[in-house]
Design a binder for this molecule. Structure first.
Ligand code: PGU
Length: 454
């Protein structure tokens, strides 16, 4: 129901309106007059304690992804299972703080020389330097030639947003093509920054794989110069990535049409368990000497979700352009949040610049990726054992944190109602939220949904 519009018939409101009219008509005497009016009448005459200035505000919907956790938290059932948000859980179903992160925090805590001063607008210099190396490669010529600008931002989302704001202000083409489907926040981040969002074909529901021809056709007909958002690896929500050969074809097409690549790298290391392998898509675009954007998140691969630590890099043609781009990025960031937080970036920098800690991180990261891969196999086996109708091989073929099950909205609703399993309504499940203990429960629910709900 729409909230009722407020009636202005009460005597209080009549007095308020006449005061407002007076203020509008008699700007020279407003201060004295308004003060006199307020002091001389009862406290409720101009300020009604029961009436909110936001009385007409409509109720907003819950977020399609984060809202799943809100619903899950309200469910008292002991068997409930949250497979909505892409957040890693242990075999015991608990959130994980990596040992190497705890060690880095201890080092930071013990170092009395560390202070809590503001960071520069662009963030912690070491964090930026090592983040660029992580995604572009240690020996990236673009880094050596000093033509990459990297700025610390508020995790992946903040990096995308800063990049989008920069493009809306300084780039001639306002259209960004994003994959269909994509992470639900992408269209919102780009639209609110002032870009116009269009979709390119990406996923083919019949093959549960990449619609490669559709993708090429749509990018071929995009206007020259258009921005194209690409998931660097572990595409969310489909778990379907182009092969390296397909990436190479996408690169050639995009460069020949002058399309500007904007990579979203939220899962480096989570796809294959190997940080370099998961950055190949980005690196082949940088290797051709062309320009590109990359948003990095440390939420998943270092488990730093709530620390909000990420980076935006813009690869430019020359040092000179890069330094002017950086100056403009500072003007974008300063009025948004002034400068980024220090703690998460200090953790990341401590780990990335120490050889031992870096290798300890890769071991823990690989263990997370491997556990997700083993959940895929276990779920696939459990469905096969139940004789669940349908081909479920996509569960083991898809890459990264999510399985795009193919279950429809009604089946998802059924699984939530009858089995207390929470997932996004598009049928995506976070494999990282599963464990050997909960696989049978999920397999029972999928089996029942597929056999009982059309
Ligand atoms: N880009 C992609 C492709 C993502 O999947 C996510 C997170 C982000 C960016 C943003 O991550 P940051 O936390 O800002 O670094 N997607 C997860 C997490 C929940 C959410 O929607 O923010 C998900 O479940 O889809």
């Amino acid at each position: 129901m729409r909230p009722q519009t407020h009636s202005s018939s009460s005597s209080t409101d009549r007095r308020l309106n006449s005061l407002l009219r007076h203020l509008q008509n008699n700007s020279n005497s407003i201060i004295m007059d308004s003060q006199t009016t307020i002091i001389s009448s009862s406290p409720t005459s101009a300020f009604n304690t029961n009436h909110s200035v936001f009385a007409n505000i409509p109720q907003g919907p819950e977020d399609p992804i984060l809202g799943v956790t809100v619903a899950y938290n309200k469910d008292p059932s002991p068997i409930k299972l949250n497979l909505g948000v892409g957040a890693y859980r242990t075999e015991e179903g608990k959130p994980l703080v990596l040992d190497v992160v705890r060690r880095a925090e201890q080092i930071i805590l013990n170092d009395r020389s560390r202070v809590k001063e503001y960071l520069p607008i662009t963030g912690l210099p070491d964090f930026n330097k090592f983040s660029a190396k992580l995604i572009f490669g240690n020996d990236s010529p673009a880094i050596q030639e000093n033509r990459i600008v990297t700025v610390q931002c508020l995790s992946g989302t903040g990096s995308l947003r800063v990049g989008a704001e920069f493009l809306a202000r300084h780039y001639h083409e306002r259209t960004i093509y994003i994959p269909q489907p994509t992470w639900g926040n992408h269209p919102k981040v780009f639209t609110i920054a002032g870009l116009s969002v269009k979709y390119y074909r990406y996923y083919d529901p019949t093959t549960r794989g990449l619609d490669f021809q559709g993708l090429l056709e749509d990018l071929r007909s995009a206007p020259s110069g258009a921005i194209v958002l690409l998931h660097a690896c572990a595409h969310n929500p489909t778990g379907v990535d182009p092969t390296l050969e397909q990436w190479e074809q996408i690169r050639q097409l995009m460069r020949s049409r002058g399309l500007l690549p904007f990579f979203d790298s939220a899962y480096q290391g989570f796809a294959s368990g190997n940080l370099d392998a998961d950055a190949q898509s980005v690196r082949i675009f940088v290797a051709d000497g062309g320009e590109c954007f990359a948003a990095q998140s440390y939420a998943k691969n270092m488990g730093l979700y709530g620390e909000r630590v990420g980076a935006l890099s813009i690869v430019c043609k020359s040092t000179d352009v890069a330094s002017r781009v950086e100056s403009q990025l500072k003007l974008v960031i300063r009025p948004m949040y002034s400068n980024p937080p220090i703690h998460g970036a200090s953790i990341v920098a401590t780990i990335l610049k120490d050889r031992n800690m870096f290798s300890e991180w890769t071991v823990e990261l690989k263990a997370m990726a491997d556990r997700i891969i083993s959940m895929r196999q276990q779920l696939f086996d459990a469905l096969r054992a139940r004789g669940t109708p349908g081909d479920w091989s996509h569960i083991i073929k898809q890459i990264g944190m999510f399985t795009f099950t193919g279950l429809n909205t009604e089946q998802v609703k059924f699984m939530t109602k009858e089995y207390h399993i929470y997932m996004t309504s598009d049928g995506r499940i976070s494999m990282a939220g599963l464990s050997s203990r909960t696989v049978p429960h999920l397999a029972d629910a999928i089996h029942a949904a597929v056999t009982r709900v059309a």
